[in-house]
Design a protein around this ligand. Structure first.
Ligand SMILES: NC(=O)c1ccc[n+]([C@@H]2O[C@H](COP(=O)([O-])OP(=O)(O)OC[C@H]3O[C@@H](n4cnc5c(N)ncnc54)[C@H](O)[C@@H]3O)[C@@H](O)[C@H]2O)c1
Ligand SMILES: [Zn+2]
Ligand SMILES: [Zn+2]
Length: 377
């Protein structure tokens, strides 16, 4: 089969690799029809993880089931399915509690498995013609009859929509709340959409990319351009000096100032300033325990100076981590089916699998207008 293979920093190509196949009775085999490039893939693409060469990337996958193992009961050949980026087992302590981002079975010795991702188990990704889906009855979300026609919306259920939603859940966004979101990439935009869905009264989104800030407006939220002035001050001004009730971090450890200088702590410390006393912060941007290619010594060990004094003094609290996609994807699917949500509106490019390397490069360069790239194998 054809698949997008990681060969080293900024070096990916679409190669012929052995077909994905059923390996265990609980597996399903899916022919991928849409698979996205994610901001999380860029951490690997830029050589900022220890992902192994030869790995097939791709964790935002949707397609048709073409074969099931003997132990699969619920999922049928012909079903259109969207796969959560997390691979869970369904029977460990964490999966039982709905914490499927931290499965204790699928990636032994660690908590959490995913397709085509560094440190998330031996699974290949779905930027390929075929994908092996472990524990298929547990993991596959079966889509309704409009799956084909709303494929660009449903594919967002694999990651960024539930992840954006998870950010607002960790921050406990509720009716009437004011919310500040750092990052207007796909995850930040989905957090803005989710905050609206949960009844937030005011949604402010910080970035400096004009095309992305324009999408913030399209989502009925307020863009905050931090290249035009201090973002925290702009948020305090917009909330009569009070600060926002809730904050969401949707940038991650490669946060940088608008000149491009990396400062991994800048978004978290800004959130601590911008959120009101006793407010809550949800962190879904990825942070890593080790980052050997980081520019400063602390960051190499996954650390940064954290304004803990202010955080404590303000009585704030914070939730973090990978999104437990399965906790939300069914409900969000139903909203897409009923035309209440259209996350596909952020899609900027649809490419063939053979154009994937170019898609990576242009998305990574943040070329104007390259917001969300979908591949159709
Ligand atoms: N927790 C999870 O389960 C999960 C799932 C998917 C993605 N993620 C992570 O979420 C983060 C965002 O993903 P994405 O796909 O939107 O990525 P992206 O790279 O497309 O977007 C990041 C955005 O942040 C902006 N940015 C950078 N530094 C900033 C700063 N200091 N202040 C404000 N904005 C800044 C960039 O201009 C860009 O628009 C990544 O770290 C990704 O790995 C986490
Ligand atoms: Zn993703
Ligand atoms: Zn599990």
């Amino acid at each position: 089969m054809r698949a997008l293979v990681y060969h080293g920093p900024k070096n990916v190509s679409v190669d012929d690799v052995p077909d994905a196949r059923i390996e265990r009775p609980t597996d399903a085999l899916v022919r991928i029809t849409t698979t996205n490039i994610c901001g999380s893939d860029l951490h690997m693409y830029e050589g900022r993880t220890d992902v192994e060469q030869g790995k097939v990337l791709g964790h935002e996958n949707l397609g048709e089931v073409i074969e099931v193992g003997a132990g699969v009961d619920r999922v049928k050949v012909g079903d259109m399915v969207c796969l959560p980026f997390n691979i869970g087992c369904g029977f460990c302590k964490n999966c039982e509690a709905g914490l499927t981002g931290f499965c204790l079975t699928a990636n032994p010795g660690s908590a959490g498995a995913a397709y085509g991702y560094a440190d998330m188990g031996p699974y290949n990704g779905g930027q390929a013609e075929l994908l092996r889906v472990p524990y298929a009855d547990w993991n596959a979300l079966v889509l309704p009859e409009d799956a084909r026609e709303k494929e660009n919306d449903y594919v967002m259920l694999s990651d960024i929509l539930p992840t954006g939603y998870h950010g607002t859940e960790l921050a406990q966004v509720g009716i009437g709340d004011s919310v500040a979101i750092w990052g207007a990439g796909p995850v930040g935009l989905m957090a803005a959409m989710s905050a609206r869905l949960r009844g937030a009264g005011q949604v402010l989104v910080v970035d400096r990319q004009p095309d992305r800030l324009k999408l913030v407006e399209a989502l009925d939220a307020t863009p905050i351009d931090d290249s035009a002035g201090d973002a925290v001050q702009q948020i305090l001004d917009a909330t009569r000096g009070e600060g926002v009730d809730r904050g969401v971090e949707a940038v991650g450890y490669q946060a940088h100032d608008h000149q491009g200088q990396e400062k991994p702590g800048m978004t978290i410390n800004s959130l601590i300033q911008a959120v009101r006393p006793t407010g809550r912060i949800g962190v879904v941007g990825v942070f890593v325990p080790e980052d050997p290619s980081a520019s400063d010594e602390l960051a190499k060990e996954g650390r940064f100076a954290f304004d803990f004094g202010t955080f404590f003094f303000k009585g704030q609290s914070m939730g973090t981590g990978q999104a437990n996609v399965k906790k939300y994807n069914r409900q969000l699917r139903n909203l897409i089916h009923r035309d209440k949500l259209n996350p596909g509106l952020i899609v900027s490019h649809e490419l063939n699998l053979d154009q994937a390397a170019e898609g990576y490069q242009r998305f990574d360069d943040r070329e104007d207008g390259w917001t969300k790239v979908l591949l159709h194998p």
